[in-house]
Design a protein. Structure first.
Length: 606
C-alpha cells in the first residue's frame, strides 16, 4: 500500500486535534453509527480539560488505496522535546495556522526545527470561517516567518489550503465549495514524498526510537519509523546508544502498528512504516533498535536538558493523610521513577534526607501536569518553588532566556513593558495590530517569568495573552526582585471562623473561606504589606449575657481567591511550600513552628 508519514504542527489551540478528528471521520475510520468523541487523540483527562495536547500520538487513515500515518504533536514549548523527535520520523508537515491569530511563538519554535530538517510544509489556514479571520494577513505573516527562519527557495514555495477543521472542509481557494477534506488528502499525496526508507527493505533492520511509552501488559514500548529492513515478531535485535555502544539484546515480543485510533498487533513491519516494538527493558528514546549485524547507530538529536527544578517531598502537615492514600516517600519515589522512564524530558534525583526528590523538567506547565496527574492518583505531596537551572561554560554563568510574545490592549502596554524590564527583559519588538491590540516581543530570563503570569492577568484585567518559548542560554542578568507582599500565617490549628476572617480582611486578601481546616504555619492569604503577619483565624466573637440594643451585624465575607496549581507553585517564596492533596491545594511555610522560622531567617540573613 502506498504510504505517507506526516506530522501536524501548530500553536496551542489552533485546531490540530480537531482537524485530525475530521480526517478520521471522512476516511471511513469510524463506522457511520459508531459513537465518537471530540478531540479523539486527546485521550488524557488533563488534555481534555485544558484543551491542549500534552503527549504526541500517532494515528493512521486510509484514503483511496493510500495509507497516511499522522502524528499529532504538542504545541506547547514545555512539551517541545516530543516535537523535535517526532519530526525526525516524518516526510512532511502540515503547518496549521489560525487565520485570526496568525503564526504564534510555538509555531515558530516547531517550524524552525521542521525547516532545519529539510521538510517542505503544507500551510493550512484554519478557522477561516471565524468572524475575525484575516487569512490574507495571516498568510503574509507566515511567509515573513519562513523568511526569518532562513527557509530555502523550495520551502518558501509552499502550497496553501483554507480550512475549517470543526466544519470538516479544506479548499485550495478561499471561496471553494467548502464540502469536505478531499483537497487536503490530495495535497498530502501530491506534496509529501513516500518514505525513502521503503527502497531499503532488503538491508538489515534498523529503527530509531522516537517516543517511549508503557503498557501494563507489554511493558516498555518504543515507537519510531523503520529506517531499513524488516522486523518480525520473535526476532532477536539489539539496542545501540548514540555512540554505538550496545545497551541490550532482546526478543521482539510484539509489533504494534497504528490503524485508526487503535494500535493493532502485526507479525511483520517493513522500512518506512511507523510502529511500536515491545520486549526491551533498558533501551530508550534516541537509541537505535537494529539487527544483530548492524554496528552503527542512526544519528539522533540529543535530548534537550531541563531548565527548571522543583522539589517533591512528603506531606508532613497536620492534615496529612486525610485525602490521599499514597503519602510515603517510597511510593512517591516509585511513581516519579516510573514517570522518568516514559518522559525523557524529566530527570529525578534523590536529596540527602531521602524524603524529598529533585524533579527537573522543561517548564512550569510540565511540572504542573505531572503534579496534577499524581494528585488524581491519590498522592499527597509538598512542592517547592521552581528554581531555574544554570550552566557554566568557559567560566561564565549562563541562564535560560525565553522569547515572550504578548498581545494586549494598547492601554495596558506601558505597565507590561515596565514589568518585563523589572524582570530583566529586553524589548525586541513592539507594534500595533488589528483591533487596538499591541504585540510585544521580549527576551526575558526564565527566572523572571516564574510567577509573572498571574500578575500579568491582573495588570491587563484578564484581557492579555502571553506566550513563551525557549530562546537561548545567555549570561546571567543579575538579581530580579521577587514577590513584594508578605503573607498572612495562621498561629492556630482548627477550623476557620467567619467572624475572625471578617475582622482580618482589612489586612490582606484571603485564600481560604470560613469553615476550612487550618493549622499553625499555614498561609491563609496575602498581606497588604511586605512583611509576613501571624494571625488567628479561630478567634470568635466574645459572648456576654447583656443584650445589645441593636441587632447583631451579619458577617459578609469577601470571596476568597482560589489559586490553580500552577498559580500556587509560582506564587510561593523559597521558604514556602504548596501542600497538594487529591482534594485540596494549600500554601504553607516550610517550617511550621514560628520559632524555627525565626531561627532559619536569622541564619539566612547572616
Amino acid at each position: 500500500m502506498d504510504l505517507r508519514n506526516i506530522a501536524i504542527i501548530a500553536h496551542v489551540d489552533h485546531g490540530k486535534t480537531t482537524l485530525v478528528d475530521a480526517l478520521l471521520k471522512q476516511s471511513g475510520t469510524f463506522r457511520d453509527n459508531q459513537a465518537t468523541v471530540e478531540r479523539a487523540l486527546d485521550s488524557n483527562d488533563l488534555e481534555r480539560e485544558r484543551g491542549i495536547t500534552i503527549l504526541a500520538k500517532a494515528t493512521s487513515v486510509e484514503w483511496q488505496g493510500h495509507r497516511i500515518n499522522i502524528v499529532d504533536t504538542p504545541g506547547h514549548a514545555d512539551f517541545g522535546g516530543e516535537v523535535e523527535r517526532i519530526l525526525g520520523m516524518v516526510d512532511g508537515v502540515l503547518l496549521l495556522v489560525d487565520a485570526a491569530e496568525g503564526p504564534m511563538p510555538q509555531t515558530k519554535f516547531v517550524l524552525a526545527k521542521a525547516l532545519r530538517l529539510g521538510l517542505r510544509p503544507i500551510v493550512v489556514l484554519n478557522k477561516v470561517d471565524k468572524p475575525d479571520a484575516e487569512p490574507d494577513r495571516a498568510l503574509n505573516e507566515v511567509f515573513d516567518l519562513f523568511v526569518t527562519l532562513d527557509a530555502t527557495a523550495d520551502q518558501l514555495d509552499f502550497p496553501v489550503l483554507y480550512a475549517s477543521g470543526r466544519s470538516g472542509w479544506a479548499d485550495d481557494t478561499l471561496d471553494g465549495p467548502r464540502k469536505d477534506l478531499s483537497a487536503l488528502y490530495r495535497m498530502i499525496l501530491d506534496h509529501v514524498p513516500p518514505p525513502a526508507q521503503a527502497a531499503r527493505r532488503t538491508e538489515p533492520f534498523a529503527m530509531l526510537a522516537t517516543t517511549l511509552s508503557a503498557d501494563p501488559f507489554l511493558g516498555r514500548l518504543l515507537t519510531g519509523r523503520i529506517e531499513s529492513g524488516t522486523v518480525r515478531t520473535g526476532q532477536t535485535v539489539k539496542a545501540l546508544a548514540r555512540d554505538g555502544r550496545e545497551i541490550e539484546r532482546f526478543r521482539v515480543s510484539k509489533i504494534l502498528a497504528f490503524r485508526g485510533l487503535a494500535r493493532a498487533a502485526i507479525e511483520t513491519a517493513e522500512a518506512g512504516d511507523i510502529v511500536s516494538l515491545a520486549g526491551m527493558t533498558r533501551a530508550s528514546v534516541a537509541d537505535t533498535l537494529a539487527d544483530l549485524a548492524v554496528s552503527e547507530a542512526i544519528p539522533a538529536q540529543p535530548i534537550d536538558p531541563p531548565t527548571i527544578s522543583v522539589t517533591f517531598g512528603i506531606n508532613d502537615s497536620p492534615l496529612a493523610g486525610r485525602d490521599g492514600d499514597k503519602v510515603q516517600s517510597r511510593v512517591i519515589r516509585d511513581r516519579l521513577m516510573r514517570e522518568a522512564e516514559t518522559n525523557v524530558a524529566i530527570r529525578i534525583a534523590d536529596t540527602p534526607g531521602g524524603e524529598a526528590f529533585e524533579v527537573s523538567g522543561r517548564g512550569e506547565l510540565q511540572m504542573g501536569v505531572l503534579i496534577e496527574n499524581m494528585r488524581r492518583e491519590g498522592f499527597e505531596l509538598s512542592v517547592s518553588r521552581p528554581r531555574v537551572l544554570f550552566r557554566d561554560e568557559g567560566g561564565q554563568r549562563l541562564e535560560p532566556v525565553e522569547e515572550v510574545t504578548i498581545d494586549v490592549d494598547e492601554e495596558y502596554s506601558g505597565v507590561v513593558v515596565d514589568k518585563l524590564s523589572q524582570r530583566k527583559g529586553e524589548l525586541v519588538e513592539m507594534r500595533t495590530g488589528a483591533g487596538g491590540k499591541t504585540r510585544i516581543v521580549a527576551h526575558v530570563p526564565s527566572r523572571g517569568l516564574i510567577g509573572y503570569h498571574g500578575e500579568f492577568l491582573t495588570d491587563t484585567r484578564g484581557t492579555g495573552v502571553l506566550n513563551r518559548v525557549f530562546h537561548e542560554w545567555a549570561p546571567h542578568r543579575g538579581a530580579i526582585p521577587g514577590r513584594r507582599n508578605g503573607v498572612l500565617i495562621s498561629i492556630e490549628d482548627g477550623v476557620s471562623v467567619p467572624y475572625a476572617i471578617f475582622n482580618l480582611e482589612d489586612r490582606g486578601r484571603f485564600f481560604i473561606g470560613s469553615g476550612e481546616a487550618v493549622y499553625s504555619g499555614m498561609i491563609l492569604g496575602e498581606h497588604n504589606r511586605d512583611n509576613d503577619l501571624e494571625v488567628n483565624p479561630l478567634k470568635g466573637k466574645k459572648l456576654t449575657n447583656i443584650r445589645a440594643a441593636g441587632k447583631d451585624e451579619a458577617v459578609v465575607l469577601t470571596t476568597p481567591f482560589r489559586m490553580t496549581l500552577e498559580q500556587a507553585i509560582a506564587y510561593i517564596d523559597d521558604d514556602e511550600l504548596v501542600e497538594v492533596t487529591p482534594r485540596s491545594i494549600r500554601l504553607r511555610k516550610r517550617f511550621l513552628d514560628p520559632h524555627e522560622r525565626k531561627r532559619q531567617s536569622r541564619q539566612a540573613a547572616s
